[in-house]
Design a protein around this ligand. Structure first.
Ligand code: GRF
Length: 192
């Protein structure tokens, strides 16, 4: 069974959705390890409540390469096969990406390549697009540039605010991420 390493910095609703999908039998995976660079992150609290292995490591003031090598060490120790970024607000070092090349996923709240970077929902909203969505992609050295694995389109509705639009996208993120991880796991098994 594929072993997931989750990286997060915040509320962790995507991480929770992945965990729920596992509990519901929709995703055949195991959460091997959760790492947050923010101690107070909601995702850390959730992991503790559900007895999932979690580490909160302070990243502030620590060089990226040093921090990432610590993360790498913990993930290797936990036999992580696939790294899932779930609201992880840091760029990864080159060494980390090399170590897990082709095995790092991210979820982004827009239809990439439109609106990469921070506040993707706000960017889409302010641009006035009528359709936006979410994307799961492989992580490379760029910012939200890696190969796209899956996308869901979400309409921008009359009367939307950035908040209502973000909530509609988030509901789709939760479905798309778990489903894409399941597909990734199945393809990996087929090629083994
Ligand atoms: C999500 O919108 C995700 O697409 C983006 O960061 C946000 C994280 O939310 N990468 P959560 O912590 O999973 O609730």
């Amino acid at each position: 069974m594929i072993r997931l390493g989750i990286l997060l910095s915040g509320r962790g609703s995507n991480f929770q959705a992945i965990h729920r999908a596992i509990l519901e039998g929709k995703l055949n995976a195991q959460i091997a390890c959760v790492i947050s660079n923010i101690h107070e992150a909601g995702g850390v609290e959730y992991a503790r409540q559900h007895d999932l292995p979690v580490h909160a490591l302070t990243s502030k003031g620590i060089p990226r390469a040093e921090f990432d090598s610590k993360v790498l060490e913990i993930f290797k120790e936990a036999n992580v096969d696939l790294v899932c970024l779930a609201g992880y607000m840091r760029l990864l070092s080159k060494d980390f990406i090399s170590a897990y090349r082709g095995r790092i996923l991210n979820i982004h709240p827009s239809l990439l390549p439109s609106f990469p970077g921070l506040h993707a929902q706000r960017q889409a909203f302010e641009h006035g697009v009528k359709i936006t969505g979410c994307t799961v992609h492989l992580v490379d050295e760029g910012l939200d540039t890696g190969p796209i694995l899956a996308q869901t389109a979400v309409p921008v509705l009359h009367g939307d605010t950035e908040e209502t639009l973000s909530a509609r996208i988030l509901a789709e993120e939760h479905k798309l991420y778990a489903a894409t991880i399941q597909t990734f796991a199945e393809e990996r098994t087929a090629h083994q």
